[in-house]
Every structure is written in C-alpha cells, then in structure tokens.
Design a protein around this ligand. Structure first.
Ligand code: MF3
Ligand code: CO
Length: 260
C-alpha cells in the first residue's frame, strides 16, 4: 500500500530529511584515517538527539547502530565497530532520522584520506547514477524508469548493480511501498504520483553484482570482496515537481573546507 502524503506531511518530511542531511555533514567532519566507525556512529547519534530527532536505525529489527557503516566491500547494513578507518578506504554512512513521526533517509560514501583513482571513479559514477535516478523520478513516470536510469548508467561505466537491496517509499515508516530497485525496464512498475515520498539508493559494485550476508544477519558485502559504493537521496513529488528533500551540501561544504 502506497501512502500519498498531504502538504502538511511533506513539510514534516522536509524537516526530517534536513536533519539527516545535517547529521551526515557532522559525520563528514570526523571521517579520517585513525577514526573508528563507532566514533562516527556516536557523533551521529548525539547530533540527532541534540536536535530532537530519534536515530531510527538503532534498534530497528535489532540493528545495533545509528549509522549503517559500509567500508570498501561492504555494500549496506554494516555495523559500527572498533574498526579504525585507514587511508585509502571508502566508507559509506547510511542514516535514518525520525523527527516528529516522519523519517529522513540518506547515505554518502566518503573517501578516507588519499584514495585510489579507481575507487574515486566508482564513487563518482554511483553518485551520478543517483542523480540520474532522481531526474527520472517524475510525476507520471514509473518506478522502472528510475531503476533503468540508474542501471543503464552504472553498467555503461563498467560496474554492476546489486539486485537484492532496493530503495523504498518512506514516511511514518522508514520502509514503505513501493520498492525502488536499481535495475529494471522503462515503463514498468508503479506510477509515480503527487504525494509520494521515495528513497532512491543505488548500490553499485566494481566487480560482480553478487552479494553475501554475513552470519550477523545484517552485513551485506560483495561476494568477490571488490568495493561497492552507495549514495541515497529522499525525494517528494509535490504539485507535479520532484523535490529532493535531502541534500549533500552539508557534507560537501565540509569536504571542500578540508581540501583547502
Ligand atoms: N537506508 C537504509 C535502508 O533503507 C537504512 C537501513 S537502516 C536499518 O535499508 F536499520 F535497517 F539498518
Ligand atoms: Co534507505
């Protein structure tokens, strides 16, 4: 069942998604060699609580963190831990914030220190595939158009698309209908309508698309242990226009200030 949101609900979605975007901006300040992923997690948790939100992943079906941590070959749903980030890693931080009963969801994959050009290209192409997915996400289009835009771009650049994990509708629940896959055929799937809120989140692998789930029941990594990247935006369809409710501007401002 797809819940179409009212204007008032979309206003609440804006606030939750702004807070999750700001949270990733705080995390960005700490991503560096020598920092543990537990540290990133506590930065995120404290920032969310200080701003009146609830870390929605924490305790969700038993998930142990505020952030999902995705180092190198980890695709999605990794645990924060005492792992110390190393120069050359990439680390995805996926976060869901609930604020006033509505959820914001976003993910950014960061380079840690100096990172190999090949990994930077994987990150860049994955982020561009997200942008193309967002662009295809228009009133009157279908979910398959979004999926196809992501898949076509990622595969044209020599990468593969994870099949088992998808984007999703979002609102009062972190995961609502419809599913938003990152692969599929144009003109298929649910029609995109005013009032829909959707999280689009390509997970793109450098090697094969196959994944395995570790014995912790959560951590999803590539089967071939080659790296994977993940970016996520949440959008709303309002009066025939697609509004991107999350922004990477907080993260990117931090990354820019650092590189000076
Ligand atoms: N953006 C992730 C997803 O949609 C967040 C998962 S949070 C968790 O799957 F609690 F499920 F880990
Ligand atoms: Co999501």
């Amino acid at each position: 069942m797809i819940y179409l949101k009212t204007t008032e609900e979309i206003e609440l979605m804006r606030a939750a998604n702004t807070l999750v975007s700001q949270t990733l901006g705080e995390v960005a300040k700490w991503v560096a060699p020598g920092v543990t992923t537990n540290k990133l997690d506590s930065i995120a948790r404290e920032f969310i609580l200080d701003n009146g939100g609830r870390p929605a992943c924490l305790g969700y079906e038993g998930f142990p963190g505020t952030l999902c941590i995705e180092v190198n070959e980890v695709v999605v749903h990794g645990f924060p831990s005492n792992y110390t980030l190393r120069e050359g890693d990439i680390v995805g931080t996926d976060c869901v914030v609930e604020l006033n009963g509505y959820n914001g969801d976003s993910c950014y994959t960061f380079p840690v220190g100096e990172v190999d050009e090949k990994l930077l290209r994987l990150c860049r192409v994955t982020k561009e595939s997200l942008d193309l997915g967002v662009k295809a996400c228009k009133e009157g289009a279908r979910i398959g158009d979004v999926a196809n835009a992501v898949q076509t771009y990622a595969e044209r650049n020599g990468y593969s698309v994870v099949r088992e994990m998808c984007g999703h509708g979002i609102g009062r629940d972190m995961h609502e209908d419809p599913e938003v896959p990152n692969y599929g055929r144009r003109g298929t799937g649910p029609l995109i309508k005013n009032g829909m809120c959707l999280s689009i989140e390509p997970m793109i692998n450098m090697g094969s698309r196959n994944i395995v789930i570790l014995s912790d029941g959560w951590t999803c990594r590539t089967r071939d242990r080659k790296p994977s990247a993940h970016y996520e935006h949440t959008v709303a369809i309002v009066d025939g226009h697609t509004e991107v409710l999350t922004t990477f501007s907080y993260v990117e401002q931090v990354l820019k200030d650092r590189s000076i």
